[in-house]
Design a protein around this ligand. Structure first.
Ligand SMILES: Nc1ncnc2c1ncn2[C@@H]1O[C@H](COP(=O)(O)OP(=O)(O)OP(=O)(O)O)[C@@H](O)[C@H]1O
Length: 251
């Protein structure tokens, strides 16, 4: 469904993404993990049209989309969420979701009706008339998810939708994401919360310093010495295997 090949992105002298390739098959939940500054968000921004790569191609459902404007990519069925959630604070939950629904529903009444359906999908049906500014962090994250879903994507890129949530909130949002996939939306997610990656994704890519250093099931990756080193520093894999008391992988 999505194929990013040989993606490279420089910011001045900084190589943020270097020759990275990712494939996402229809119906999957695929994760991109990696330490802070690894280039994950930059890669997402390229796939969704917010940044143009210096090299490489992105193909979505058979069409070349690298360099295409975000609204055109969104219309093709690829939508991203943002790590820093910025709903329209003065609008209600229903109105915020309707903004996304307007992509396919020109009439306000239709967009508002669709917003109510989407809210139910993410467990916000009782918050429809609440102003977005009154939502908790978890509520804002769900609203971000709902706004993206309202554009009726075929592929949803989720940028750290679980960041800042407490474990019980993470546990609540995981089945929501699984239900979204089961409804026919393929998902590519960036996530630091490993509990979520382990239980949600069938496949993950590890990005470190702009490069894809590993690809496999999350269960394979947490045992991969290269991945452990990327997260915990040089020599960590050896220390971990030696049972060093201070070496606890969060990867
Ligand atoms: N617009 C920009 N201009 C200059 N440098 C940038 C820009 N965007 C990102 N970078 C740099 O590119 C590198 C990759 O950043 P990116 O945000 O993609 O990493 P990340 O893996 O998403 O990190 P995090 O997990 O902290 O969100 C970092 O060194 C970052 O400082």
């Amino acid at each position: 469904m999505l194929s990013a090949r040989g993606i490279t992105k420089r910011f001045g002298g900084l190589l943020a993404v270097s020759d990275a390739s990712i494939e996402v098959a229809e119906g999957k939940i695929v994760a991109v993990i990696g330490p802070n500054g690894a280039g994950k968000t930059t890669l997402f921004a390229i796939m969704a049209g917010f940044l143009r790569p210096n090299a490489g191609t992105v193909t979505f459902r058979g069409a070349r989309i690298d360099g295409m404007a975000p609204h055109r990519i969104c219309r093709l069925g690829l939508t991203r969420t943002f790590q820093i959630v910025q709903p329209f604070a003065g609008l209600t939950v229903r109105e915020n979701i309707a903004c996304g629904a307007h992509l396919h529903h020109a009439k306000r009444a239709d967009a508002l009706a669709r917003a109510a359906e989407i809210a139910a999908q993410v467990g916000m049906e009782r918050m429809l008339d609440q102003p977005a500014q009154d939502l908790t962090v978890a509520g804002r994250k769900r609203l971000e998810l709902a706004r993206a879903l309202a554009t009726e994507p075929k592929l949803l890129l989720l940028d750290e939708v679980m960041a800042g949530l407490i474990p019980s909130e993470v546990a609540e949002i995981i089945p929501t994401i699984r239900r979204i996939r089961d409804s026919g939306v393929t998902i590519l997610l960036i996530e630091h919360v490993m509990q979520a990656v382990m239980s949600l994704s069938e496949e993950a890519y590890v990005l470190n310093q702009g490069r894809i250093i590993a690809h496999g099931t999350p269960q394979q990756l947490v045992r991969d010495p290269q991945v452990i080193e990327a997260y915990l520093g040089h020599g960590a894999a050896e220390r971990l295997h030696a049972g060093h008391p201070g070496a606890q992988a969060h990867a």
